[in-house]
Design a protein around this ligand. Structure first.
Ligand SMILES: [Zn+2]
Length: 209
C-alpha cells in the first residue's frame, strides 16, 4: 500500500503557506502512476501556486514492487538508514539508495531482469576506461538500458549536466556474473547499498582468491 502524507509548507520565495502531498511509501503494483512519475523524475517536483517558485523535494521513503519482489529504502542526504525489513518483505531483494537517480537506476535494472550487483561490476570496469579516456578522476554512471546485445549507461563527467552514453557488450555482464558465482556472493542481510564501493570490494576479493 502507498502511504500519502499531507504537509503544510511555506514557500521559501513568497511565504505563501500551502499543502504538499508526500509519500512515506510507494507501492509500484498499486500505483503505477507514481512509479511512472518517479521514472519521469517529476514525482517530487513542487511549484508554488502563488509565485511559481520551483523546488525538487527530497525526503526518505520506501519503494516496493511486490510483484518483482524488491524493496528500496531511499534516504536522501545520507539521513541514515534505520529501516528494518519487516517479515513480509523478508524474501525480497532489499536495497538502500541515497537519491532518486539511484532509485530510478535500480527500477530500470530490476525491471529489465538484471542483477544490480553484476551491473555495478560492469560499471566499475566501464568507469575505469572512461576515466582514462576523458582524463578525469571521477565519473558517475547510471544503467540506462539493454539494446542490441549491449548494456548502455548514461555517464556524467565532472561539471557536466548532460550525460554521454556508452555501451558494453553483454559478455562483460556475463563475466561479472561469473565473478559473483566464483565468490559465492550472496546479499548481506538488511537494506544493502549496492554501489561502486561494493563493486570495488568484490573485485578486490576476487583478485585475492
Ligand atoms: Zn511562492
Amino acid at each position: 500500500m502507498s502511504t500519502e502524507i499531507t504537509k503544510e509548507i511555506v514557500c521559501p520565495q513568497c511565504g505563501e503557506p500551502q499543502k504538499y502531498r508526500l509519500y512515506s511509501s510507494i507501492n509500484a503494483g498499486e500505483n503505477p502512476d507514481l512509479k511512472q512519475m518517479l521514472l519521469d523524475e517529476t514525482l517530487f517536483d513542487w511549484r508554488c501556486k502563488r509565485c511559481n517558485y520551483f523546488a525538487a523535494m527530497a525526503y526518505p521513503f520506501l519503494y516496493t514492487d511486490p510483484e518483482a519482489g524488491y524493496i528500496v529504502c531511499v534516504t536522501p542526504g545520507g539521513s541514515g538508514n534505520n529501516a528494518e525489513p519487516t517479515e513480509a518483505v523478508k524474501s525480497f531483494t532489499k536495497r538502500s539508495v541515497k537519491n532518486l537517480a539511484e532509485l530510478k537506476e535500480k527500477i530500470l535494472i530490476f525491471d529489465a531482469g538484471y542483477d544490480d550487483t553484476a551491473v555495478e561490476l560492469v560499471k566499475n570496469a566501464l568507469c575505469g576506461i572512461i576515466r582514462n579516456t576523458y582524463k578525469v578522476s571521477r565519473v558517475h554512471a547510471y544503467f540506462s538500458r539493454v539494446d542490441n546485445g549491449e548494456m548502455e549507461f548514461a555517464i556524467f563527467l565532472p561539471q557536466t549536466n548532460e550525460p554521454v552514453y556508452h555501451s558494453t557488450k553483454l559478455d562483460v555482464y556475463k563475466q561479472s556474473q561469473e565473478v559473483l558465482r566464483a565468490l559465492d556472493f550472496v546479499d548481506p542481510a538488511g537494506f544493502v547499498r549496492v554501489d561502486a564501493r561494493l563493486a570495488r570490494k568484490i573485485i578486490e576479493d576476487y583478485q585475492n582468491i
